[in-house]
Ligand binder design. Structure first.
Ligand code: CA
Length: 231
């Protein structure tokens, strides 16, 4: 079984810093997701269950402080590293009081980012330990945190994106999901515009989990719209 990479949610509206963080964290062997503003951040925390959040203070719609406060109010204790700009010294203190775990001041070096993330993850490891969630449908059993899929008790091998797609579908059962939604959820717009990648992965998933791919039991095609997971 492939070990699951830890996922870092980057919440930052400045593209240059977004890219720097994304690149640095990928180099350090983390998976990344990006939210452009506070509203999207709150949504993505629920959908993506990141292991850590890098949260910029100054954000459109809902600012970083408010995002932090709202998460903690909902008992979501995902570790948070706040990003502040020079001159926002006061906010650091408030940020830590608000429930952030650490902070970094811009500009920062890639090495500092990687070191901070690693340190915070290690420090909060016990707290952030994922619950052993289990998703079940028919003969299909999936452990999202363990990267394991079983069909009739036999383990199946999946690529990361296939696995993420399956987990997303199973977390949203009996709902019509458009190709665009799936692209956003699983690929994070990486291939924006080209929804064929969704179809290709759905087809791979079906080959693995469906007894009869022409008459799928789990992943149904909603003609002209998208897909629906349901037994
Ligand atoms: Ca900003």
């Amino acid at each position: 079984m492939v070990n699951r990479l830890q996922k870092i949610l980057i919440v930052e509206d400045e593209q240059s810093i977004q890219k720097l963080l994304e690149f640095t964290l990928m180099q350090a062997n983390y998976e990344t997701a990006i939210a452009q503003d506070g509203e999207q951040a709150l949504k993505m925390v629920m959908e993506e269950s990141p292991d850590l959040i890098i949260l910029d203070l100054m954000l459109p719609k809902i600012d970083g402080m408010d995002v932090c406060r709202q998460l903690r109010n909902r008992d979501i204790d995902t570790p948070i590293i706040m990003l502040t700009a020079k001159g926002e010294e006061m906010d650091k203190i408030i940020g830590l009081e608000m429930g952030a775990d650490d902070y970094m001041t811009k500009p920062f070096s890639p090495r500092e980012v990687a070191a901070r993330v690693k340190a915070v993850l290690r420090r909060t490891g016990e707290r952030a330990k994922p619950k052993d969630e289990m998703l079940e449908a028919g003969q299909l059993l999936v452990y999202p945190n363990r990267f394991e899929v079983y069909l009739e008790d036999s383990p199946l091998e999946f690529t990361r994106k296939e696995f993420e797609l399956l987990v997303y579908l199973m977390r949203h059962p009996n709902r019509v999901l458009t190709r665009g939604q799936l692209l956003q959820a699983v690929w994070n717009y990486e291939f924006a515009g080209d929804t064929r990648i969704v179809d290709v992965h759905i087809s791979h998933l079906r080959d693995k989990i469906e007894e009869n791919t022409r008459k799928p039991r789990y992943i149904k095609t909603m003609r002209g719209v998208g897909y629906k997971f349901g037994e």
